[in-house]
Ligand binder design. Structure first.
Ligand code: CAO
Length: 424
């Protein structure tokens, strides 16, 4: 079966997490992704957080599936020549260098356009144009600057970052959409264009509901927040603990075993249409008609007390028993799943969301597959490339260099000594 992005060739000049998540998605949709790495070290994540000596880290392997790797020192004259040849033959360049790096390398937007006017140049940067545009940015910096940290955590605690990599992987997702959109537009115009996803912007986009709340604040307290009715609201959106960001109140409740199991909890949502069922399941049928509890508006000032009552019930059952019981009545809830529990969930393997991958130097490892399923473009997850594994293949087959030219490139040092030895 064909792949959605078959025939699209990506010059993947990305590193660390944000850029690689984007190009990995494009590879899963069938693009030919050629990762350009510095000779010797390659993408810095190959050696970061290593769990096995001399094997590419899980950090790297889990972000670079289905790609090919070429090593190239793009600051040498020969390296520049090869990069130029790649620019001429690829449809998209994706990069997430610090601001100014590409220009310093000699590959300005104008130069790239000269070489290939149809090339789409897609970039992740920490910030868009403005006071911070020249800053280097990592995940948590973006979470803080995009409004996520100030609105995450509990009211009486410090700002908090979240484990979900909304700054890196979240921006990679945004960039991938920008790239396919630009490819679509190119079909009409024949021209390339710049695509920018700033990490601050991507995080803010994901925090859209909090900017909504900033404006609601001017019109009175937000009644679904735990600060209502007894706490204080200042002039900015407060941290809402585990309150729901939508119109249905929710909270995290203890389940059986919570004293020893840090994840024996369930997210419970007091959805209005199933209020009667909730009352019946937890044994509080009198709340169905009690005017203090019967309507959503009446319940708002009592939410914490209601959750505490429901918790007395959830504490008598495991989170999975609660899940089963509540779902019988269509009461929305979600067990707090640990990474161990997720890794053991067979259904996630069946859908390809979790995948076991074989790797020549680290053996078998578990990874997250493509979370986006296309019925006509199935994803087969293949392992990440070793550093420079496809250097010769790309020089020969993609760029059409002959043996003499390849030897010349090697002898110039542009593809690096280690890779040269590996190739011999
Ligand atoms: N050949 C020769 N040189 C190369 C090369 C290659 N193949 N690949 C990279 N380099 C050089 C660059 O030219 C640059 O050199 P100069 O500084 O002399 O111009 C150098 O490597 C370092 O690039 P960098 O500044 O991007 O890397 P860093 O480790 O210092 O910073 C990061 C990393 C992520 C903070 C920065 O790249 C950045 O802010 N990127 C944009 C935001 C982003 O994506 N952040 C998410 C990171 S994931 O958490």
């Amino acid at each position: 079966m064909g792949k959605a992005l078959q025939g699209v060739r990506i010059l993947d000049f990305t590193h660390v997490q944000s850029g690689p998540t984007c190009t990995q998605l494009l590879a899963w949709f069938g693009a030919d992704v050629i990762k350009v790495e510095r000779p010797g070290e390659g993408d810095i994540t190959r050696s970061q957080l290593r769990d096995l000596p001399d094997a590419d880290s899980l950090y790297f392997t889990m972000l670079n599936h289905n790609k090919r790797s070429i090593t190239l020192d793009t600051k040498t004259p020969k390296g520049k020549e090869v990069l130029e040849a790649l620019i001429k033959t690829c449809d998209v360049m994706v990069e997430n260098f610090a601001p100014g790096v590409l220009d310093r390398m000699g590959f300005t937007w104008e130069r790239i356009q000269e070489l290939n006017p149809a090339m789409i140049v897609a970039s992740v940067k920490g910030f868009g144009p403005g006071p911070f545009e020249n800053c280097k940015v990592y995940e948590n910096v973006a979470q803080c600057a995009g409004g996520a940290a100030s609105t995450t955590g509990f009211d009486d605690g410090p700002p908090m970052v979240t484990g979900a990599q909304i700054g890196d992987s979240g921006t990679g997702l945004h960039l991938a959409l920008g790239i396919v959109t630009a490819l679509y537009q190119r079909r009409e115009t024949g021209r390339g264009q710049k695509v920018l996803a700033a990490m601050q912007d991507a995080v803010l986009n994901l925090c859209r509901v909090k900017l909504r709340d900033q404006q609601r604040l001017a019109n009175g307290p937000m009644k679904e927040y735990p600060q209502y009715p007894n706490g204080e609201f200042g002039d900015t959106v407060p941290r809402a603990g585990n309150a729901s960001g939508g119109g249905q109140p929710g909270w995290i409740l203890k389940c059986k075993g919570w004293e020893t199991d840090p994840n024996a909890y369930i997210y419970f949502i007091a959805q209005a249409p199933v209020w009667k069922s909730i009352c019946k399941v937890i044994g509080k049928e009198e709340w169905i008609t009690d005017p203090d509890y019967a309507t959503p508006v009446a319940r708002l000032p009592r939410l914490m007390q209601i959750f505490a009552t429901v918790e007395e019930w959830t504490k008598t059952l495991t989170k999975f028993e609660v899940m089963d019981l509540l779902n019988k009545y269509d009461i929305p809830c979600g067990p707090i799943l640990s990474m161990k529990e997720i890794a053991e969930d067979k259904s996630l393997y069946e859908t390809g969301t979790l995948v076991e991958v074989e790797h020549p130097t680290r053996g078998s490892y578990l990874t997250v597959g493509n979370p986006i399923k296309l019925s006509d473009s199935p994803t087969e997850v293949t392992r990440s490339p070793l550093l420079g594994e496809h250097t010769d293949e790309i020089l020969r087959e993609v760029l059409g260099f002959g043996e003499r030219e390849i030897v010349e490139i090697r002898d110039s040092g542009a593809i690096g000594v280690v890779e040269r030895l590996a190739a011999e």
